[in-house]
Ligand binder design. Structure first.
Ligand code: ADP
Ligand code: ASP
Ligand code: MG
Length: 433
């Protein structure tokens, strides 16, 4: 079987459209399983699907806060580098095992045949990148046979097993990716992601009360939203859905089961009639900026620096290089995830003498704010409107980056909320178009 994960180009041809219309994957996130009462409500959602004749595979996250607690313990035990080790994964994967077992017990108590599964038991094989592993394969046959026999399968999310028979985890928020990968492997007709909001909104509804739920969003826009920091779905889950043609719904687990609940459906771009210029505003506070001063102004310096950072597995985002006049040294600044800052600073310290830059400045007091929309690429003036809106509020832009369907700016962190609200208003996202 070909690799399941979206390390391949997610825009390539889908390989596994639904083969089993009665099979359904349901995923419940941390808040949805935060205590036994909520797990009981999750069980009611599962029972409603079983009653409707679906063959159900459920995947669950750890109880809210549990993964953070486990990560904290591994840090205390193993220092900063713990998150890249197999034994880090052995610890943090345990949270999901607890909730999978508890949900199976509650379902059995209610008379529904169910069993819990760990990642290795469903043959969820990953590469060896501990802490951020990619899924290579899932044994869809065994799992499919189990659910077709009428038993609900409750799979621990976020975890898999490597070729070395070590437990691996898929990166924070990784249960979303487990869910979509399971749906692809099972040929399920749908993957329902239950969370603590009833869909994907024009911006984080916790930040902007006037945010509006989108009934439909394209895979392309959702992929961009997730990768720019909208927490609601893990980026790789969206890439996988796109690659395998898995219809994904985002909906709330905090309500009791109902027919036609409010939700967002993620669909192919051509299934959306109206191409919105801007669909969403995405803030990301987890950013940091590094500036390298006094880099020798000769060819090959950026190549040397970024090759070494790539070897250290640091993901670099916005890059700005100051123009140096002949003979003068150049400055280079780039952004990265705040979590990677310490590791990156260590890698820079290692190369400082060899490359010959004079200093490094770190700034954690920055945020990235992005606007996203598929209609942007054939509309002029969107960037101008974004920059004007921020200028009117006195917000200084430090860096800019764009793609066909996204414009991102780096701004001082204290202006995040103001910028998001102003942009949400400026592009009239709270209004039904
Ligand atoms: P789970 O624990 O279920 O995986 P997450 O906390 O990972 O849930 O994701 C849900 C959260 O994502 C919501 O509570 C919401 O605050 C946040 N979020 C950020 N941006 C958006 C958005 N555009 N639409 C919906 N939710 C968003
Ligand atoms: N429990 C893991 C986390 O908190 C995975 C997930 O919830 O998707 O990151
Ligand atoms: Mg999540």
């Amino acid at each position: 079987m070909r690799a399941i994960d979206a390390t391949a180009d997610p825009r390539s041809t889908p390989v596994s459209r639904a083969r089993h219309p009665d099979r359904l994957v349901m995923k419940f996130g941390g808040t949805s399983v935060a205590d036994l009462e909520r797990i009981e409500r999750v069980a009611r959602h599962v029972m409603a699907a079983v009653k409707a004749g679906r063959k159900v595979c459920v995947t669950v996250s750890a109880m809210a806060g549990e993964t953070d607690r486990l990560v904290g313990l591994t840090r205390d035990a193993g220092g900063e580098g713990a998150s890249r080790k197999a034994d880090y994964d052995a610890v943090v994967a345990s949270g999901e095992q607890v909730t999978a077992g508890l949900l199976a017990l509650v379902l059995q108590r209610e008379g529904v045949p169910a069993r819990s599964w760990h990642g290795w038991q469903v043959g969820l094989k990953t590469d060896g990148t501990h802490g951020a592993a990619a899924i290579l394969d899932i044994d869809g046959e065994t799992l499919g046979a189990a659910i077709d026999s009428g038993e609900v399968a409750v799979v621990a999310g976020f975890q898999g097993v490597t070729d070395e028979q070590r437990i691996s985890t898929l990166g924070r928020g990784g249960s979303d990716t487990t869910a979509v990968a399971l749906a692809a492997a099972l040929g399920a007709s749908q993957c329902d992601i239950y969370t603590d909001v009833d869909g994907v909104y024009t911006t984080d509804p916790r930040l902007v009360p006037g945010a509006r739920r989108l009934d439909l969003i394209s895979f392309e826009e959702m992929l961009e939203m997730a990768s720019q920091g909208a927490k609601v779905l893990q980026t790789r889950s969206v890439g996988l859905g796109m690659l395998h043609g898995v219809p994904i719904r985002v909906l709330s687990s905090l309500e009791e089961p109902q027919e036609n609940p409010p939700c967002t459906l993620i669909v192919d771009e051509e299934d959306i009639m109206e191409r919105r210029v801007v669909s969403a505003v995405v803030p990301s506070r987890a950013e940091a900026k590094l500036s390298l001063m006094g880099i020798p102004n000769v060819p090959g310096m950026s190549a040397a620096i970024f090759t070494r950072l790539a070897a250290a597995k640091v993901n670099i985002d916005m890059i700005v290089q100051s123009q140096a006049r002949t003979g003068e040294a150049a400055n280079l600044s780039f952004t990265l995830k705040e979590d990677d800052l310490a590791r990156t600073q260590a890698a820079l310290a290692d190369m400082k003498d060899e490359i010959g830059f004079t200093g490094v400045l770190a700034d954690q007091n920055v945020s990235k704010v992005s606007i996203i929309g598929v209609g942007m690429n054939d509309h002029s003036g969107v960037a101008a409107q974004m920059f004007e809106t921020l200028a009117d509020r006195g917000i200084n832009i430090q860096n800019i980056s764009t793609s066909e369907i996204k414009i991102s700016v780096l701004i001082p962190a204290e202006y995040t909320e103001l910028a998001v609200r102003a942009l949400h208003d400026a592009f009239s996202l709270g209004e039904v178009h």
